[in-house]
Structures are given as structure tokens and as C-alpha cells.
Design a protein around this ligand. Structure first.
Ligand code: UDX
Length: 437
């Protein structure tokens, strides 16, 4: 299959690289000439484990190429994937679809055969209909079909998620388009037994939002249970294990922490709420989730202040982990931003260490001293706070930390460390939802 991938962001680049690895011929297109130039030199615009190697090997094999010329990429393509951004529209939280529609127009002008046009970007219900209208207006003779094919990959595990998905969702009623999509995903259904779920286009668009919203609800639920655990003397990790063993609930996405962030959950829950409101069907559970999660991030700052005795004026706090989760450099809606702001507002000085996020973080934070190791950050600080669970924080020398900290306090917002281990090292540990300690 010949595939054009429009947009080389997270989803576009990972999908393009993986499709080429399946053996398809893929051209990735982006308007950003600098990005394309760097991709030609195998410099990735994002930090994602394994991506540079995957791109390099497929470029070498002649299956993957990059261009700024959309018409060139679209020409002769069996399928054209739209994988451009759909950020929150400023002011109202609706998904901003201007990039999707602009791409659809350009594609329409460039079509030379009845290609299948696939929206991979997360787009609100009905967007496929609008893309179809654009194609019908500009290229009425093209015979192009519009399909929805949302992507469920997680940052930091993107390649693994793409190649071993729980399911692939394809939204179209058109049999020819289904055939093309079947052929594109055949390597997955053959080798990985990944089910390809064929549904209507609107249903497919909604599945993506419903999945993300459900996961956001699940995390937020366990976060509230964690707060209750602290009040009643229960342990949230054991509650998670206990409820997660029920197959109807499932053990994943039940880790209590400082609240969810990232490029998807915050924006997609907002966009889903807007769609629901516009259709007079408000989703109250999702609304509550968004509110609770927003409030939680700053509340985590207050939790740190309380652990430090209630007054942090003139004190120094060392933060470990800035990105919204490990194995990414993505700082979008990261809980660390609200935690640090709350600490600074209360008069604390903040030092921070993150393995990959400092470049992005330095654009979003002011007056933070970035350190080159967890120990440099902790040296002389009045408290150490783990905000993101990078693997390298799982094997810290806690004894050394206890010695170099001015006050031997560890606030572990990801529940990495058991309390006895911290105690043995001479640290006071404050976790999340561990009311029994
Ligand atoms: C998410 C979805 O998982 C993915 O399917 C979709 O395509 C995009 O959005 P991503 O944002 O990359 O992926 O990260 P994810 O691993 O889902 O984590 C999202 C946030 O939830 C992070 O801030 C993470 O720390 C938090 N989280 C996750 C928890 O706090 N507890 C959990 O148990 C799981």
C-alpha cells in the first residue's frame, strides 16, 4: 500500500514509521520545513524511545520518506492519513479543527485517484462528514472515501502500542474503503491477532473520546479514593489491587497520583463535554472528572507544603520529574506546573531535575533552578518531591538523599517507595492515599 501521512507530530510520525515497518510505502508530509530537514538527518522532533532507530531503518530500506510537498506525497497514495493537531480552541474548549480542514482542502486539490482519506487525528463526531463535504466540493470526481481511524497510542510506549494494539477501530460504511483499511492493518491482524473493529464513522469518532474520558474518570476515581484513604486509615495501593482483580474493573489506570496531564486527556475531555453540551446531553461524570483533576494538581502543592510543616517561605523544595509522565519530554498540562506554582506562590525556592523535560519545562516555568542530577537538586533542600515516576527515580540512593537533604523528607506523589524502605534510609515519607503509614 502507498500511504501519505499528513502531519509529523506524535501520532503522524509514529504511525508513519510503523506503517512503513509493516512494509507499506509511506511519505510523511509536514509544512514545517525545519522539521522535515531534521527528519532527513534522523533528528526526531519528539523524545520517544525507539523512534529514531525505527525511522532510520525504514528510510534506509526505502519505504519511508519525508517531504514538505503535500501534492507530491498525496499523488498515487492509496490512503491519505490526516494526523494534524486538534488543540483546544482558545476560549471555549472545542477542538480546533482548522488544521484538519486545511489539510482536507489541500488533499482535495492534490488527489489523482480515488484514495481513502483517513482521519487519525482525534476529531469530534461529525468531522468526517465535514471532510467529506470539503472533498465533494473541491474534487467531486475524485471518488475519495472518508474514514475514521482513531489512534490510541500512549506517549513513551507509542511504538509498542501501535504495533500491539488491543484493537484497531475503523469507521466507515464503504466496502472498498474497508478493504483498503484491512490491507493496511493486515500485518497486525495476522501477526498480533489485533481485532479490527469496523463501525460507522461517527461511532468511531466517539469511541476515541469515550475511551480517553473513561480512562480519565478511572484515574480521577482512584485519586479521590486515595484522599479518602488518607482520612480513614486505608491504603490506596491495596484498594487498587483489591478492586483491580475484579475483571470487570481491571487493574490498569488505577494508580493514584498527582492527577492526569498530557496532550490528550485534558483536551479530549473538554472537547467531549462541548460535543455533549451542543447535543443537549451533558456528561456530568466527565464534567466532575475535569473539575476534580484540575483542582487536584494545585492541591498536591498544598500537600507538599503541609508535609513541610505548613510554611515554606524561605525554604527550598527539590522536585524530581517535570514531564506529565515518564519517557516523554512533553510538559503539556503536567501536574508539576501547578505543584511548582503553588510552592512558589507560598514563598518556596524550587530546584528541579528531569531526565528529558528540561528544555520544554524551561519555557513554561520561571525562577526554577534546573539541576543535572537528583542529588544536585536535593542537596541542601528542605524536602524532596517525586512528581513523575521516571525509572531512574525507582533506584535512588535514599541513604544518600537523607544525608544531603537539610530536612530528610520525601513526598512521593507516585507511590514509588514503600514506607519501610524510606524509613530504613532515615527519610520521612509522605505518599498518596497511604493513610495507614
Ligand atoms: C493517553 C491514552 O492512554 C492513549 O490511549 C491516547 O491515545 C492518548 O492519551 P498519554 O496521554 O500518552 O495517552 O498517557 P497515559 O499513559 O494514558 O497517561 C495519561 C496521564 O494519566 C498521565 O499524566 C499519567 O501520569 C496519568 N495516569 C495514568 C495516572 O495518574 N494514573 C494511572 O493509573 C495512569
Amino acid at each position: 500500500m502507498r500511504i501519505a501521512m499528513i502531519g509529523t507530530g506524535y501520532v503522524g510520525l509514529v504511525s508513519g514509521a510503523c506503517f512503513s515497518d509493516f512494509g507499506h510505502e509511506v511519505v510523511c508530509v509536514d509544512k514545517d520545513a525545519r522539521k522535515i530537514e531534521l527528519l532527513h538527518q534522523n533528528v526526531m522532533p519528539i523524545y520517544e524511545p525507539g523512534l529514531a532507530e525505527l525511522v532510520a531503518s525504514n528510510v534506509k530500506a526505502g519505504r519511508l520518506s519525508f517531504t514538505t510537498d503535500l501534492a507530491e506525497g498525496v499523488k498515487d497514495a492509496d490512503a491519505v492519513f490526516i494526523a494534524v493537531g486538534t488543540p483546544s480552541r482558545r476560549g471555549d474548549g472545542h477542538a480546533d479543527l482548522s488544521y484538519v480542514f486545511a489539510a482536507a482542502e489541500e488533499i482535495a486539490h492534490a488527489l489523482t485517484k480515488p484514495s481513502v482519506i483517513v482521519t487519525k487525528s482525534t476529531v469530534p463526531v461529525g468531522t468526517g462528514d465535514e471532510v467529506e463535504r470539503i472533498l465533494a466540493k473541491i474534487a467531486p470526481q475524485s471518488g475519495a472515501k472518508v474514514v475514521s481511524n482513531p489512534e490510541f497510542l500512549r506517549e513513551g510506549a507509542a511504538i509498542e502500542d501501535f504495533k500491539r494494539p488491543d484493537r484497531v477501530v475503523v469507521g466507515t460504511d464503504d466496502e472498498d474503503a474497508r478493504e483498503v483499511m484491512r490491507a493496511i492493518y493486515r500485518p497486525l491482524s495476522l501477526n498480533q491477532n489485533a481485532p479490527v473493529l469496523f463501525v460507522g464513522r461517527r461511532t468511531s469518532e466517539l469511541i476515541k473520546y469515550a475511551a480517553n474520558a473513561f480512562l480519565a474518570v478511572k484515574i480521577t476515581f482512584i485519586n479521590e479514593i486515595a484522599d479518602l484513604c488518607e482520612q480513614v486509615g486505608a491504603n490506596v495501593q491495596e484498594v487498587s489491587r483489591g478492586i483491580g482483580m475484579d475483571n470487570r474493573i481491571g487493574s490498569k489506570f488505577l494508580h493514584a497520583g498527582p492527577g492526569y496531564g498530557g496532550s490528550c486527556f485534558p483536551k479530549d475531555t473538554l472537547a467531549l463535554m462541548k460535543t455533549a453540551d451542543d447535543n443537549d446531553t451533558p456528561l456530568r461524570i466527565v464534567e466532575a472528572t475535569v473539575q476534580v483533576n484540575d483542582a487536584r494538581k494545585r492541591a498536591m502543592g498544598r500537600k507538599v507544603i503541609k508535609a513541610m510543616g505548613g510554611d515554606v517561605r524561605g525554604k527550598t523544595v527539590a522536585i524530581l520529574g517535570l514531564t506529565f509522565k515518564p519517557n516523554t519530554d512533553d510538559m503539556r498540562d503536567a501536574p508539576s506546573l501547578a505543584v511548582i506554582q503553588a510552592l512558589q506562590d507560598a514563598g518556596a525556592t524550587v530546584k528541579a531535575y528531569d531526565p528529558e523535560g528540561v528544555e520544554q519545562a524551561s519555557k513554561m516555568l520561571t525562577n526554577v533552578e534546573f539541576s543535572e542530577s537528583p542529588y544536585v537538586a536535593a542537596d541542601g533542600a528542605d524536602g524532596l518531591v517525586i512528581v513523575t515516576e521516571w525509572d531512574e527515580f525507582r533506584a535512588l540512593d535514599l541513604g544518600r538523599m537523607a544525608k544531603i537533604l537539610k530536612t530528610p523528607l520525601l513526598v512521593d506523589l507516585r507511590n514509588i517507595y514503600p514506607s519501610d524502605e524510606a524509613k530504613r534510609a532515615g527519610l520521612t515519607l509522605v505518599g498518596v492515599g497511604r493513610g495507614t503509614e
